[in-house]
Design a protein around this ligand. Structure first.
Ligand SMILES: Cc1cc2nc3c(=O)[nH]c(=O)nc-3n(C[C@H](O)[C@H](O)[C@H](O)COP(=O)(O)O)c2cc1C
Length: 302
């Protein structure tokens, strides 16, 4: 658990799997197991890290209403997933409103923003600061923490390139909003020096790691999602690499760490706690095996 001035982050957190507002993703909400998971999350006060929003509406690859795009999210053996979702979302204002509704229903949601550095650093930071202002206006005291996602593009090169932009963005967010508990979500492709610099500029916690580029897990195979960058691997197949990265990261920074990627059962949660996680995140398990995710939450957060 992470205790932070105005709030707390539970020992196990659900990342992304409850959607942009944190109350669940359609059509998963039709599944009884998923609804039981939502109940467990609410009853245990489990922290929810929302799915990434951008300042303005964005059409990514995947769209729940268009079956032709469902191929961008696939199952992998060993409780894994491969996705190139591409950050489809209706923009920060709509997402903030959804989080407000979730908060009113007792969900503990931390918003997640994706700065669109592809637009250029200055514009991406301007948009991000504006989006934070929107969250503050709409959420009031329910807005005490924010996660910035610097780790989404699924190709190794794209992620590595955003180090300088991520530092500049974090610095400006910290300067303008010093009281917000700022979590930065990083990738296995980021050098440990990135984490250390984020620590020294005042970021409050790190979330490591996001999905892993396909080619880093399946060295000799071609990704079925090659035309859109290869996709990111999550769940079971990603665990070994993610644990190794996090074990090293723990030795490099003193910041609170939300560790995750690859958790497929409660043993994996223990593995992360054992290497020094302050909190452990789960996503794929919550989408694919909701019953087990609910049991984990009741065990560690109950
Ligand atoms: C379908 C899907 C969509 C995702 N979307 C986002 C996102 O919008 N923002 C983000 O920061 N992470 C996103 N993630 C990454 C997860 O939050 C998590 O960090 C990653 O899947 C590794 O954890 P896991 O192995 O428990 O799934 C997504 C993952 C999946 C499987």
């Amino acid at each position: 658990m992470i205790q932070a001035g105005n709030g707390r982050i539970s020992t196990v957190v659900i990342s992304t799997a409850l959607g942009l507002g944190g109350r669940g993703i359609f059509p998963y909400t039709l599944l009884p197991g998923y609804r039981r998971l939502l109940r467990a999350v609410r009853e245990t006060g489990t922290t929810i890290l929302a799915k990434s929003a951008t300042r303005f509406k964005r059409s990514g690859n995947f769209n729940a209403w268009n079956p032709l795009t469902w191929k961008y999210i696939r199952r992998l053996p060993g409780r894994g997933m491969l996705n190139a979702y591409g950050l489809t979302n209706p923009g920060a204002k709509t997402c903030a409103r959804e989080i407000k509704v979730a908060a009113g229903q007792g969900f503990q949601v931390i918003p997640n923003l994706y700065p669109e550095f592809a637009k250029g650093t200055v514009l991406a930071i301007k948009d991000t600061l504006e989006a934070i202002g929107i969250y503050q206006n709409l959420l009031g005291s329910d807005f005490w923490a924010l996660e910035l996602n610097f780790s989404c593009p699924n190709s190794r090169e794209a992620i590595r390139e955003n180090v300088a932009q991520g530092l500049k963005c974090s610095r400006e967010v910290k300067e303008k909003y010093p009281d917000i508990f700022l979590i930065v979500k990083i990738s296995i492709c980021h050098p440990y020096e990135f984490a250390q610099e984020l620590e020294s500029l005042g970021v409050n916690a790190l979330h490591a790691i996001n999905t892993i580029p396909f080619a880093m897990i399946y060295f000799h195979e071609r990704s079925p999602l090659r035309p859109v960058g290869g996709g990111g691997v999550s769940g079971g197949p990603a665990l070994a690499a993610a644990l190794e990265y996090n074990a090293h990261l723990r030795k490099k920074v003193n910041l609170p760490l939300i560790m995750g990627c690859g958790v497929k059962d409660r043993e994996d949660v223990r593995k992360y706690l054992h290497i020094g996680a302050d909190a452990v995140s789960i996503c794929t398990l919550a989408l694919r095996h909701q019953g087990e995710a609910a049991e984990i939450i009741r065990k560690f957060n109950g």
